[in-house]
Design a binder for this molecule. Structure first.
Ligand code: HEC
Ligand code: HEC
Length: 235
């Protein structure tokens, strides 16, 4: 892709994300998944050796900040399924997740994705952006303003206010562990994660320095500040 085309794609996707919800396109992808099967896999694992997902991702799917295990609760089932498919083929590299994803059939992956997508968004996470942000604060500034002279849109333009996520394509950043967010951005730089829709994230990650990555990851990992209200589920 040439540079202009990449830039146009970024702008297009940012526009799409900002209008998708208002056009009521934020619908849950409607395929029948076996939630009971999903619950069994999540809480007990599978007979062929996949560990119970909640042992790492938390009983409420909230993740584990200290260990860097991402939250799964309230992410779209389409996104979760696509990530597990990518782990199972090795396109998305993770020594921890690849073996589990390989042990699950497509039906099991679909069921467990649906199960976590229906879980409530954890309380206390960021759902809106801080109101007084200055260029001296690189994390919040990148998150809410971007760096348009480099063709870098603000994270909010695709990931929604406070990084709440815009379903089904743009996963939430709010409430993800800082080291998890950093690893994903570094993963795109290294090619350890597939490019995803329109190859948007590799372009964005390539424009972020290590310092930018730490700052923006810390912003989204931080709990909601006093003035931020919970607006509820982005499923
Ligand atoms: C031993 C701990 C562990 C267990 C058990 C585990 N995971 Fe994970 N999971 C991880 C880690 C670590 C990552 C982050 C991998 C990376 O950095 O890309 C992850 C990432 C994921 C992601 C990607 C999330 C995102 O936002 O892109 C999905 C989906 C996922 N796991 C689903 C599952 C499911 C379903 C199960 C149960 C079958 C499961 N995991 C069991 C540790 C675990
Ligand atoms: C033009 C749209 C767009 C913009 C702007 C954008 N993203 Fe993304 N982002 C995406 C898409 C699409 C995905 C899903 C990728 C996939 O499916 O593999 C994603 C996924 C992610 C993920 C992975 C989340 C997870 O659960 O694993 C992280 C981390 C991320 N983006 C961080 C950022 C940061 C930080 C910014 C701002 C500097 C940003 N993004 C700006 C489109 C965008």
């Amino acid at each position: 892709m040439d540079k202009d085309k990449k830039r146009r794609n970024l702008a297009k996707a940012a526009w799409f994300a900002s209008v998708a919800c208002s056009l009521a396109l934020c619908v849950e992808d409607a395929f029948a998944a076996d939630l009971k099967l999903g619950e069994t896999i999540a809480t007990k694992g599978t007979t062929n050796g996949a560990a119970a997902c909640v042992s790492c991702h938390g009983l409420q799917g909230e993740g584990n900040a200290a260990a860097g295990f991402p939250r799964l609760a309230g992410l779209s089932s389409a996104y979760l399924s696509a990530q597990m498919a990518a782990f199972s083929t090795g396109e998305r590299q993770s020594p921890t997740m690849q073996p589990f994803a390989k042990l699950l059939s497509l039906t099991e992956r679909t069921a467990v994705a649906a199960y976590f997508s229906k879980m409530a968004v954890p309380a206390g996470i960021r759902t809106s952006d801080d109101t007084s942000i200055t260029p001296a604060e690189p994390g919040p500034w990148l998150a809410t303003r971007g760096r348009w002279d480099q063709g870098l849109p603000a994270c909010v333009q695709c990931h929604g206010p406070g990084g709440i996520g815009v379903s089904p394509t743009f996963p939430p950043l709010a409430g993800q562990p800082a080291n998890y967010i950093s690893n994903q951005l570094q993963g795109w730089k290294k090619g350890a994660r597939p490019p995803g829709p329109l190859a948007l994230m590799p372009v964005i990650a390539s424009k972020l320095t290590d310092a930018d990555i730490s700052a923006v990851a810390a912003y989204y990992a931080a709990p909601a500040s006093g003035d931020a209200k919970r607006t509820g589920d982005m499923k």
